[in-house]
Design a protein around this ligand. Structure first.
Ligand SMILES: Nc1ncnc2c1ncn2[C@@H]1O[C@H](COP(=O)(O)OP(=O)(O)OP(=O)(O)O)[C@@H](O)[C@H]1O
Ligand SMILES: [Mg+2]
Length: 272
């Protein structure tokens, strides 16, 4: 007598039904990246689900350490590559090592959900993943020269954005305008300076903003946070866990004082 498993694997009707169920599920995941995340082993927090379901073109995540910002961005990058044919997903960070960390997350999620109904990997290297639907995912170091060669970018993810050079951001922005691609900036804050701070505070309504402090993350306990608070300077805790743009250590004058001292009615003495 056949075991139940053998019965399933040899019954064409059951095989067809199972294949159809998988196809239906993948079709639903195509329209809902949060559903795909679940199959990859991540039950998204509500802010992560919102982000995965958003169709905003420009997104900025100001989040505590360990809140899950790289995870949600990796899921979104993978979803784009799998379901948008011929897409180009670029992963950028201040260093190649950090971009590779994000790249590894994305690859691990793909390994977890890989199935016959999804595109297959056609080429793979330490910094690049290509699928047979024509999509590519590429990990890059955060320097302007490395990104200049790419066009038609579908999704640009800039991890640890508060410590990425401003010149990089200004080099990529026009490129995205031409391709109509999406951008996600994700970071903990690092002082009241740089493009990440400027986009967050004065980037305008075109940016979809998400702020998640450590206390809003269900995986970070209050007890652990209290211990961390005791172990570090208060400005550092505010920056790492409470999403505050605190003054940089080397600031002589505070950002707020400088802004308060500016009188828009006074004409500059020197014109450059
Ligand atoms: N929704 C979730 N459910 C379960 N685990 C999660 C979820 N989101 C993230 N994690 C886990 O939380 C940890 C931190 O996630 P992640 O590395 O994405 O955070 P991060 O905000 O990028 O951290 P860092 O500031 O250190 O870069 C990882 O182990 C990740 O797998
Ligand atoms: Mg991270």
């Amino acid at each position: 007598m056949l075991s139940t498993k053998q019965n399933y694997s040899s019954n064409p009707l059951l095989i067809e039904a199972a294949n159809n169920a998988v196809k239906k599920r993948i079709e639903r995941e195509k329209g809902d990246a949060a559903l795909m995340a679940q199959r990859a082993g991540i039950l998204p927090d509500s802010w992560q689900s919102d982000l995965l379901r958003s169709d905003a073109r420009q997104m900025i995540l100001l989040c505590s350490r360990q809140s899950g910002k790289s995870t949600v961005s990796a899921i979104l990058g993978l979803h784009t590559a799998l379901f948008k044919e011929n897409s180009l997903v670029l992963l950028l960070s201040p260093s190649l090592r950090q971009s590779q960390e994000l790249f590894k997350k994305l690859k691990d999620f793909f390994a977890a959900i890989e199935c016959a109904a999804l595109p297959k990997v056609s080429e793979e290297s330490a910094l690049r993943l290509e699928f047979n639907n024509g999509s590519r995912v590429i990990a890059l170091p955060g320097s302007e020269t490395t990104i200049r060669g790419y066009s038609a970018v579908s999704l640009l993810i800039i991890d640890e954005a508060s410590i990425v050079e401003d010149s990089l951001f200004f080099a990529v922005k026009p490129m995205l305008a031409v391709s109509g691609g999406r951008i996600i900036l994700l970071s903990t804050p690092r002082g009241k300076r740089g493009f990440f701070h400027d986009v967050w505070t004065s980037g305008g309504a075109d940016w979809n903003r998400t702020c998640i402090t450590a206390r809003e993350c269900p995986r970070i306990s209050e007890q652990w946070l209290l211990k961390e608070k005791e172990s570090m300077p208060s400005f550092w805790f505010k920056q790492e866990f409470e999403c505050e743009f605190v003054e940089t250590m080397d600031s002589v004058f505070s950002y707020d004082d400088i802004h308060a001292a500016i009188d828009p009615s006074v004409k500059p003495l020197v014109f450059l």
